[in-house]
Design a protein around this ligand. Sequence first.
Ligand SMILES: *[C@@H]1O[C@H](CO)[C@@H](O)[C@H](O)[C@H]1NC(C)=O
Length: 436
Amino acid sequence: MNSLWLGLGLSLVLLAAIQNVSGAPNMICYYDSKGFERQGLAQFGLQDMELALQFCTHVIYGYTGINPDTYELQSINKRLDMEQRHFSQITALKDRYPYIKFLLSVGGDRDLVQEDKYIKLLEAGRQAHTRFIESSRDLVRRYNFDGLDLSLQLPRNKPRKVHGEVGSAWKSFKKFFTGDFIVDSESETHKGQLTGLIKDLGSAFSASNLLLSLTVLPNVNSSWYFDAPAIAPSLDMINLATFDFLTPDRNPEEADYTSPLYEAFGQNRLGHYNVNFQMEHWLLQRVPAQKLNIGIASYGRAWKLSSESGDTGMPVVQHTKGPALAGLQTKTEGLLNWAEICQMMPNPGNSKPVRRVLDPTKRYGSYAVRPADSSDENGIWISYDDPDTASSKAQYARAKNLGGVALFDLTLDDFRGQCTGDRFPMLRAIKYRLLV
Ligand SMILES: *[C@@H]1O[C@H](CO)[C@@H](O)[C@H](O)[C@H]1NC(C)=O
C-alpha cells in the first residue's frame, strides 16, 4: 500500500510539471491559515504547504473579512497575516511554483463580526461596492496574490426541524418536507444587487489581470442568491462547497450522510442535499462545466449517539445528541479529520473501535459507528469522505467534464501521514483520479 502510494507520489510530481501545458483539471487547494496556528500534531507548517503544492493548480488563502463600517476588504488576523508576514510567506512560494495561482479569500465563515454585513454590503449601493472593489484589488496586489475569491457569508437554508412545533399542522408539514423557512424575504433583490457587484468586480479585476472566483458556502441556497447565467461570465471559477448538508450543530437530533454524491432515497430526505443536485443546478443554467469545481471536505462530521439511536448505524440515524466530543488534534466539537477517524478504526491500541461501513455503490459515502453502551455513553456516528470516496467524486468531476475539484482544506487532510504513512492521502487520491 505504502509503496504503491510512494510510486504514485513520484509520478504525480512528473504529471504536475506538465499540467499547465496540457490544461489538466483544476486541483483547488483551500488553505485556512487557522491550521497554521493550531497546536501540536495539528499544526500545519510551511514545509507541509510545500509538499502539498506539487498537487495544486490553485491555492485559496482563507480568510479575510469586510470592515462593517467602510465595506473595505481587511485582514481579520493582522498579527498572522501582516506582522508575521504570512500573506507574503505564502505568496513567496510562487517563485518556486510559478504555474500555481494564489487567491485571497473573503468570508468562509471565519469573518464573524456582524455577520449580516455581507447582506448589508449588497444593499449599500454603488459607492460602498466601489470601496469594496478597490480595497480588494489593493490588498490582493499589495501581497502579490493572483486574485480574489468570494466565499460570501450569505443566509443559509434553515435546517429541518425534527420535532415540529405545535401549531399549524400544515406549517410544520411544509417545513418538514422543504427544510426551509423563508430566511430572506428580499432574496430576489439581493440576487440582483449581487449580480451588479460581481459584474463590477469582474471588470475591475480582469482589467488588472487578476482572477475572480466564487465559492458557494455549504447551505447557501444557489437558487436564492446567484443569477448563474448573468454572473458566470465575470467569474474565472465557481467552487461549490458541496458538503455539510447536515451537521451536528445544525441538525443535532438526526444524523445522515453529510456529503452524498447522489440523493439517497427514502426517509423524506431533502432532494437538494447532494452533490449532483447542486452541480446540475449550475449546469442546467448553461454555466460552462469547465468553470465549475466540486468541493470535497477533508474532515468528517461526528454526532453523539444515544441508546435510542439503535445500533445498526444505518442513516438517517435518529435521536442523536448533537456534536460528538472534539478530537485530540483538531479540538473542534462534531468535527474529526481523517487522521482522527483513522485512529478510531479497529487496531491493537484501541479498545472501543468504531465499525466502518463502506459504500460499494459509491453514491453516498462511508460512515463509521459505535453504538452507545449500556450506560448511554460512548456512542458516535461519523459521516466522512475518505480517499476512496473522494476519488469517486473526482471521477464524477471528470465524467461531467467539470473544471476540477476543490479540497476544503489542506490543513485538515492527514498531512503528517498518521493513518497509513501517506501524507495528504485525500489530496493525492483526488489528484490521481483527476489525471489518470
Ligand atoms: C433552494 O431551496 C428551495 C426550497 O427549499 C429548494 O427547492 C431548492 O432546490 C434549493 N436550491 C438549491 C440549489 O439547493
